[in-house]
Write a protein that binds this ligand. Structure first.
Ligand code: HEM
Ligand code: HEM
Length: 268
């Protein structure tokens, strides 16, 4: 966030020696994950279109986007390379930056100091939010809340609505706070990265970039909240059993096919 981040450290420790390079990598992974987040929140905002059930199948935009993503080749590799590894590195090094006490108090103007402090507070909030968000959607908590928290790509809309409405504190506390913290950290981080990479040096370019980042904040916060409100307003679809929910899936009445494979008759 500051020009001081550009100065390589002269310390002897492993972290200090590679401080400059690690700082750049921290910035780059923040930009990468931030770009993913903009796309992610934009796709989530299509939840406002609702479900469009035709013959028991959801033909809505959200389901279509999820189908496209889940149809990508090498999806696991893409996810790890462009989403999970960057945010894991960014988080671990972010924790190091935060606890190593590189606070800027007194070095900058009043507003910049507050933004710097909020960047760290939101980082900690996002860390807990992401753990909850990703682990529950991936089904790590299995049958907790009758499995209502996990995501089912075949019933994308309904399982997302079910997740958001699984308990009042999920839609009323976790998501509004998680989305607000993420939108702030993303926009303020993008602003800071302009300085880190030497792209916004003059005061004029910094204030112009601040305007763009303000719009990024409003756009991402608005998209996240629109998705959340759509999730809350559509809670009534959970009573409709014509489309199976993610969890207590009213599995279609298909009788189990038991194949008995007899060994080939042995020629005596
Ligand atoms: C929504 C997820 C996140 C996004 C989009 C994101 C993005 C960014 C960006 C773009 C920066 C600016 C880097 C620079 O100064 O060039 C940044 C800074 C920072 N991030 Fe994140 N980040 C996220 C989550 C986290 C998490 C979970 C942590 C955990 C500790 C974290 C810790 C930090 C810290 C401490 C800074 C300030 C670095 C400094 O002032 O030099 N971030 N982030
Ligand atoms: C109301 C807001 C949000 C909604 C409705 C939402 C919805 C979802 C859904 C449905 C998935 C599963 C997607 C899939 O497996 O195909 C998902 C995954 C994910 N979300 Fe969110 N999300 C929201 C906010 C956020 C925020 C603020 C962040 C970042 C801080 C975030 C980060 C992630 C990540 C990292 C994944 C895992 C991606 C993967 O498995 O490839 N989400 N989200």
């Amino acid at each position: 966030m500051s020009s001081t981040t550009l100065v390589p450290s002269t310390g002897n420790g492993l972290f200090s020696r590679y401080h400059f390079m690690l700082r750049r990598l921290h910035s780059l992974t923040g930009i990468l994950f931030g770009s993913y987040l903009i796309v992610h929140l934009t796709i989530n905002a299509t939840l406002v279109e609702g479900q469009h059930i035709v013959n028991g199948v959801d033909q809505g935009s959200f389901q279509a986007q999820v189908d496209k993503i889940h149809g990508l080749p090498f999806l696991k590799a893409i996810e790890w390379l462009f989403i999970f590894l960057p945010i894991i590195f960014h988080t671990l090094y972010g924790i190091y930056i935060t606890i190593s006490g590189q606070w800027n108090v007194g070095r900058y103007g009043y507003t910049r100091n507050w933004l710097y402090l909020f960047q760290r507070i939101t980082a900690v909030i996002i860390m807990f939010f992401l753990l909850f968000h990703v682990l529950t959607f991936k089904g790590v908590f299995g049958e907790v809340m009758q499995g209502a928290l996990s995501f089912n790509a075949d019933y994308a809309f309904k399982s997302t609505v079910e997740h958001l409405n699984a308990a009042w504190w999920i839609w009323a506390v976790i998501y509004p706070i998680g989305v607000l913290a993420s939108a702030f950290h993303l926009a303020n981080g993008f602003y800071a990265s302009g300085i880190t990479w030497g792209l916004t040096i003059s005061r004029t370019s910094q204030s112009r970039w601040a305007g763009v980042c303000g719009l990024i904040f409003l756009g991402s916060f608005g998209a996240g909240m629109a998705a959340l409100v759509a999730g809350i307003l559509n809670a009534n679809i959970l009573k409709d059993d014509s489309v199976s929910p993610a969890s207590h899936a009213a599995s279609p009445e298909v009788p189990a096919v038991v194949e008995t494979v007899s060994p080939p008759a042995r020629a005596e």
